[in-house]
Design a protein around this ligand. Structure first.
Ligand code: NAP
Length: 359
């Protein structure tokens, strides 16, 4: 079967990981790249031996290339919606980086464009595409640790005060919640859901706290969520903090630790009473290859959305709404956002902020 031809939108950091995954994929192959400038497009293309004619000086030029079947939207968060809509209108299947958009409203627009143009769309949470993730979620569903009661998830790293990186820029949708907190939200929603026989669940109530730095984004943040069944989650994240970056799940009979969930090595450590066991799903494929092949498999089958626990459309909608609520509690508002009752200005620079959001 012919491989899908992929075009890359953007030439930034994450594209290199995805392209390595693409090279090992059974279903896809690299065909083109596009960037804001011809120069950076050429430089990127040279690295991967792309012909000059396949290194585009604009995203629009690449979207007009009829040979391309699928695109990878790898820009910062503020451009995800716009480029996904343009790609859908050009008839391309889409893998779009996480978080899928700046806010819930944008996700609705993106889904509608993909539905109308009958193209596949998946939010690029690579950790949800790894078979090891599906396996330990199944163990949660089978209640190997009993009824799930508490969830802890962390994802944070220290940029050492660097205020210039794209992740720190408010206008681009930066901040810890958007960059890494989104992983912890996707974990809590999946665990709380699987604990009750569903693919994901939405928090009923939540409280959020955070420290907003000079650039108007959260540098570290925490949230407490209550899910149906009184499953409680403690989530934390940050761009100026070092964390253990694990998931810990506590049930009525025992607990489960996922030591490396985000860069999934497939391992889960389960303790029930005095007995500890480790389950491991090693896979010869890289995380990003699994992600690329999820798109390839679904497109071949005529599906518009992924197989769970990879991100389905409803999962992405709930995911973004939860991020909106966490940001709202902390007081992070992006430039140009005119959503609901969010404050119009950022809280005082360097301040701490906390609020609860109930629904
Ligand atoms: N799944 C993962 O493992 C993972 C890991 C890291 C990041 N991500 C996600 O991937 C996306 C990109 O992250 P990244 O680390 O690759 O970002 P990045 O390298 O900082 O930037 C990505 C691209 O955005 C454009 N860009 C950079 N700075 C800009 C600015 N000031 N104004 C306008 N455009 C600008 C550039 O496009 P041109 O090349 O066209 O100039 C750049 O190549 C984000 O959504 C992030 O959350 C995912």
């Amino acid at each position: 079967m012919n491989k899908l031809k992929w075009g890359i939108i953007g030439s930034g950091g994450i594209t290199h990981a995805l392209v390595k995954g693409l090279a090992e994929s059974e279903t896809g192959e690299l065909n083109a790249v596009s960037s804001r400038t011809q120069e950076s497009s050429d430089q990127w293309g040279e690295k991967y031996n792309l012909p000059k004619g396949k290194c585009y000086p604009s995203y629009a030029a690449m979207l007009a290339d009829e040979e391309i079947d699928a695109v990878y939207v790898a820009l910062m968060n503020d451009r995800h919606c716009e480029l996904t809509v343009q790609a859908a209108e050009a008839g391309k299947h889409i893998l779009c980086e996480k978080p899928l958009a700046m806010n819930h409203g944008e996700v609705m627009v993106m889904l509608e464009a993909c539905r109308a143009n009958k193209v596949f769309l998946m939010e690029a949470f690579m950790w949800r595409c790894h078979p090891g993730t599906a396996e330990w979620l199944k163990l949660i569903r089978e209640a190997v640790i009993g009824d799930v009661r508490l969830i802890e998830a962390q994802f944070g790293f220290n940029m050492n005060g660097n205020p210039t990186g794209t992740r720190m820029i408010n206008k681009l949708g930066g901040g810890g919640i958007m960059d890494v907190g989104c992983y912890t939200v996707s974990a809590a929603r999946a665990i709380a859901g699987n604990a009750q026989g569903k693919d994901f669940a939405e928090p009923i109530d939540m409280q959020g706290y955070g420290h907003i730095g000079e650039t108007g984004v959260d540098e570290w943040a925490a949230a407490t969520m209550r899910f149906p069944g009184d499953i409680l989650a403690n989530l934390s994240c940050g761009l100026q903090v070092s964390q253990h970056n694990q998931i810990r799940i506590y049930g009525s009979k025992g607990h489960m630790i996922i030591p490396s969930p985000w860069f999934a090595d497939g391992k889960a450590i389960i303790q029930v009473g005095d007995e500890q066991r480790e389950v491991a799903h090693s896979s010869p494929k890289s995380l990003y290859t699994h992600e690329v092949d999820m798109l390839g498999r679904c497109v071949r089958e005529g599906r518009l959305e992924a197989y769970t626990p990879a991100m389905t459309w409803a999962d992405s909608l709930g995911q973004q709404l939860t991020l909106d609520r966490w940001r709202k509690a902390v007081g992070v508002v992006f430039e140009g956002e005119t959503l609901d009752k969010r404050p119009n200005s950022h809280p005082a620079q360097g301040s701490s902020n906390a609020a609860s959001v109930n629904s």
